[in-house]
Design a protein around this ligand. Sequence first.
Ligand SMILES: NC(=O)c1ccc[n+]([C@@H]2O[C@H](COP(=O)([O-])OP(=O)(O)OC[C@H]3O[C@@H](n4cnc5c(N)ncnc54)[C@H](OP(=O)(O)O)[C@@H]3O)[C@@H](O)[C@H]2O)c1
Length: 265
Amino acid sequence: MRLEGATCILTGAAGGIGSALAKNLAAAGVRLILAGRHSETLEGLSADLSPGSILESCAGDLTDGLVQESLCHAARRGGATILINLCGCNAFGLLQEQDPEDVQRLITTNLTAPIQLTQKLLPHLLEQPVAMIVNVGSTFGALGYPGYAVYSASKFGLRGFSEALARELADGPVNVVYVSPRATRTSMNPAAVSALNAELGNAEDEPEIVAAAIVSAMRRRARRTGIGWPEKFFSGLNQLVPAVVDRALSRQLPTIKRFAVKQSQ
Ligand SMILES: NC(=O)c1ccc[n+]([C@@H]2O[C@H](COP(=O)([O-])OP(=O)(O)OC[C@H]3O[C@@H](n4cnc5c(N)ncnc54)[C@H](OP(=O)(O)O)[C@@H]3O)[C@@H](O)[C@H]2O)c1
């Protein structure tokens, strides 16, 4: 899809991947409607971007239907043709130790809110000659990983939503693009996650690498894009022979549990 001159809503804009993506898109000539929870961080990001690339900043919690509505109003005002559902949160830890409210918040933020925002904006996108919805998932949306049961559930859901919606919209102007990064060096990952990744030899990408991969997927209108080897291989293997991945992960389990268990216990 041609990005130059397009208007794009970017949720999670002030986060690690979001700010790198905003810079990449602004440099490509995209006009941005930035969404995040805090107006100060959105203003800070806007100050770093080329003048004229920011149409609006919308601050608010995207799990709130009214915030979703006001973002859709901004999208219609600005003639947006691209929605990037990037906003998300994570909670690394064992399920039995997690607060039920955190479980609910994670599912609402990572899965329900992107679906609701997409549904609200879809009538507007369907009126455009060409439009795009980009959903940012995770490697753990194709490979359930210990310590990430709820996060994996949310990203499996987002992947299923993206695939079904892409097929549902295949005869119209709206392209659906799903991108699944592997571990990325942002504040989403607490020190325990980075230490676990280091011990297991799991790579962590810089957010700029992920941003470039998302922009490339958008230009190619790629329905599915995974980022990084061997994560792409293991995601595919998990679809074909999950028992092999079960065995590999059971060998890692004592290490994962050492980092995932609550430190106070
Ligand atoms: N980092 C990784 O290892 C990794 C790997 C694979 C996939 N991903 C995915 O990539 C996306 C971006 O992650 P990131 O690493 O850039 O994380 P991040 O730095 O923590 O950024 C997350 C962004 O989401 C926003 N957000 C969270 N809850 C929200 C809510 N209820 N309403 C509105 N905005 C909300 C945050 O807003 P505030 O600025 O207001 O806090 C923040 O800007 C997420 O979907 C994540 O699941 C990340």
